[in-house]
Design a binder for this molecule. Structure first.
Ligand code: NI
Length: 234
C-alpha cells in the first residue's frame, strides 16, 4: 500500500481532465482487511448530468426487494453480459434499488447484475465511507486506463461466500461509465475502489476473482465452497 499522502499527490499530479467534482477519503468498508483503511478515491464527472436529478430513479432506500445471489459455480457467472441499451431502461430502473438492497443486506461493497441472474453490463458499488452510504451505479462500465504498478489485496465475493484470496491487479484504474441518470462519467481510483471496480467489471465478462489465482488455489477454494454449501443445505 503506498503512503496515502504520497498517493494523493500522485493522483493530483495526473493530467487534469474534467473538473474535480468530489474528493473523498474513506476509512474502510466492513469485512475488509486493515490495509484498506488507507485508501482514497477521487470521483470526477466527465460531463454535466444529462438529466435533472428529479428524473433519476431513487437510489437505494435499502428497502427494495432482496434478490437471490447466484453462487459459483453457475453458468451465468461465467458468461459475458451484454451492453445496456435504451430499451433496457425500465429493467435497469427497477433493478438498481433491488441490487443496492441486496448488496447492503448481504452485506457487500459491490454487486454486478449477473450475480442476480441478469446478463446486463450493470453494477452497483458502495464502499460506505465513514459508514455513510455513497452509492455508485455503473452502466456499461469500462476500464479505459490501468497503471502498470500492481497491488495485491485480499478479495471476496458474494457469489463465493466466505472464500477469500489475495489477488494482484493494476493499482490504479480509470473507469468510464454511465450513471443512473444517463450521464457519462469517469472515475480515477486506487486502493479499495480500484479493486472493487475491477472485480465488478470482471463479473460482466464472466470472470471471478478466483480466475486470477493459481488453479491449485482455485480448486481448493471451490471445493471448500462446495462443501460449505452442502453443509448449509443439509
Ligand atoms: Ni464478486
Amino acid at each position: 500500500m503506498p503512503d496515502p499522502v504520497v498517493a494523493i499527490r500522485l493522483m493530483l499530479s495526473w493530467p487534469t481532465g474534467p473538473r474535480l467534482q468530489d474528493l473523498m477519503r474513506w476509512n474502510a468498508a466492513k469485512r475488509v482487511d486493515p490495509a484498506a483503511r488507507h485508501g482514497y478515491i477521487r470521483v470526477m464527472a466527465s460531463s454535466a448530468p444529462t438529466a435533472s436529478p428529479a428524473a433519476a430513479p431513487s437510489i437505494p432506500d435499502g428497502d427494495a426487494e432482496v434478490l437471490p445471489i447466484l453462487i459459483a459455480p453457475n453458468p451465468i457467472l461465467k458468461a459475458r453480459a451484454r451492453a445496456v441499451t435504451p430499451a433496457d431502461a425500465d429493467t435497469v430502473r427497477a433493478l438498481i434499488p433491488r441490487m443496492f438492497t441486496t448488496m447492503y443486506r448481504a452485506p457487500g461493497i459491490g454487486l454486478a447484475a449477473p450475480q442476480v441472474g441478469v446478463r446486463l453490463r450493470l453494477t452497483v458499488v458502495d464502499l460506505m465511507p465513514d459508514d455513510a452510504r455513497a452509492p455508485i451505479v455503473l452502466v456499461n462500465p469500462e476500464v479505459i486506463a490501468a497503471s502498470t504498478e500492481l497491488a495485491t489485496r485480499e478479495e471476496g465475493c458474494l457469489s463465493l461466500p466466505n472464500q477469500y484470496a489475495d489477488v494482484t491487479r493494476p493499482a490504479r484504474v480509470k473507469v468510464r461509465y454511465y450513471d443512473q441518470t444517463g450521464a457519462r462519467r469517469e472515475i480515477e481510483a486506487d486502493g479499495l475502489l480500484a479493486v472493487c471496480l475491477q472485480h465488478e467489471i470482471d463479473h460482466l465478462d464472466g470472470v471471478l476473482f478466483v480466475d486470477h489465482i493459481s488453479a491449485l488455489k482455485r480448486n481448493m477454494l471451490m471445493r471448500k465452497l462446495a462443501k460449505e454449501m452442502r453443509l448449509k443445505d443439509a
